[in-house]
Write a protein that binds this ligand. Structure first.
Ligand code: NAP
Length: 415
């Protein structure tokens, strides 16, 4: 059991366990949370009331969450002189399921990005981003309801491996020289060098998690999104490894688009269809034929762009949740930043953290809680009493504060 210098373990509650690949969730789990910087505290205050209300409504006194505040970001740095105290990572490991608000990235500090560090240190290898439309939310599309996808983006390799050297540095010059002399490839003088590693292990475990989700949730298709026409041995290999996982671990549960096209033995209408798309074409596809896509598995950089673009199609980042998930370890988080200009104004939309909570409860197997929160949010939006960002896109809406929007969501759970 870890000891904590800055955080306090709640007097009641138990750690979530993970044995033989299965999460075991007690009735009173301890869940660590980071409020986040900027607007984080405003958002957290509203969100935690929504979470507690939903658990109470679904389970009465039988279940409750013991929230444990842990420190990261500006608050940790100001109070304790550390951006990401080791004990916060320890808490995430000990209690297994956590949630966090946005963290500002320290400029010029020794740490590249707190969020990237968290994902790498804890090996949270999948960044999961469900994107769906909530009726009534302003958006740029004619039929926004046609988009309903869950994006699994690889979280530890590709550009997130963070291996690069500045133009002119000794390392960049040495590597360029090696490539010129030993591998006979041209590299322009004074080039910066970045390395994009993508492994069979990393790619396959990501695709496997996405396939598992697709099968368990009876989703219709899984699309591997890659840029393999140009980067054959990284992005192209991701596609090939993806198909290999589908064939080896999900035989009988899926078929490929190619099988269906040929009308061969795999041509069953009820199977999970595995297909692939080149990344640039996929951006068009999601705009033009969004209802043909369902679960998406993709390397890091493609997923970075695709997740935000998809969120924009249904009304923006204010309602876009995220989860960083490894094996038996998960940190759910807002996908937007700290929006510092709105800090302490009780103004910002808490929807992204609230929906990240939905993902968290689903991950814990508390599906009824997630359903209640989703219903609450749908009804709050229908009532048109919403935060400024939604109000400015919804004719006839009344702008309410962060906390009042939390109240509307709670009210909406019983409507
Ligand atoms: P940002 O904080 O996401 O804010 C940009 C704009 O997005 C806001 O001014 C606001 O637009 C809108 N917005 C963001 N969150 C919203 C919400 N909950 N409700 C309604 N509107 C919302 O991006 P940034 O200004 O580029 O980044 C600020 C800091 O956040 C940086 O330090 C960055 O590194 C960090 N960041 C952290 C994370 C993370 O922790 N996951 C992610 C991204 C950025 P309007 O002004 O138009 O209303």
């Amino acid at each position: 059991m870890a000891s904590y210098r800055f955080a306090s373990r709640p007097p009641k509650g138990d750690a979530i366990a993970f044995e033989k690949g299965v999460l075991s969730v007690p009735n009173n789990p301890v869940i660590p949370y980071v409020e986040g910087d900027g607007t984080g505290p405003d958002i957290w205050r509203a969100s935690v009331r929504v979470f507690d209300a939903a658990v109470r409504l679904a389970h009465g006194t039988e279940r409750r969450v013991s929230w444990m505040k842990v420190f990261a970001g500006e608050e940790a740095h100001t109070a304790h002189g550390e951006w990401l105290p080791d004990e916060t990572l320890e808490a995430f490991k000990e209690f297994r399921v956590s949630i966090k608000g946005p963290l500002s990235t320290p400029v010029g500090g020794g740490i590249r990005s707190l969020n990237v560090t968290l994902r790498q240190v804890l090996d949270l290898y999948a960044c999961i981003r469900p994107v769906r439309y909530f009726e009534g939310v302003g958006n740029p599309m004619k039929e926004p309801e046609k988009l309903n996808v869950v994006i699994f983006r690889e979280n530890t390799e590709d550009v997130y491996a963070g291996i690069e050297w500045k133009a002119g540095s000794t390392e960049a010059e040495e590597i360029a020289q090696l490539i010129r002399t030993k591998y006979k490839k041209e590299i322009r003088e004074h080039s910066a060098i970045g390395i994009k590693p993508m492994s069979e292990f990393g790619s396959k475990r990501l695709v496997k998690m996405a396939m598992q989700f697709a099968v368990e949730n009876s989703r219709r298709s899984l699309t591997l999104v890659h840029k393999g026409n140009i980067m054959k041995f990284t992005e192209g290999a991701f596609r090939d490894w993806g198909y290999e996982v589908a064939a080896s671990d999900f035989a009988g549960q899926c078929c490929t688009e190619a099988d269906l096209g040929k009308g061969g033995i795999g041509a069953r209408a009820d199977c999970l269809v595995v297909k692939d798309r080149i990344a640039d074409a996929m951006f068009q596809q999601l705009l033009l034929r969004p209802d043909e896509y369902d679960v998406i598995a993709t390397p890091n950089l493609n997923g970075d762009y695709l997740s935000d673009a998809a969120a924009a199609q249904v009304g923006g980042l204010g309602l876009a949740p995220g989860g960083n998930v490894g094996d038996g370890l998960a940190v759910f988080e807002a996908t937007h930043g700290t929006a510092p200009k709105y800090a302490n104004l009780d103004k910002i939309n808490p929807g992204s953290v609230v929906l990240s909570g939905v993902m968290m409860f689903e991950y814990m197997g508390w599906k009824e809680v997630g359903q209640l929160i989703t219903r609450g949010l749908e009804n709050a939006i229908k009532s048109k009493r919403v935060t400024y960002d939604l109000a400015r896109q919804m004719p006839g809406a009344t702008e309410v504060s962060t906390s009042a929007f939390g109240d509307e969501i709670i009210k909406g759970m019983s409507a």
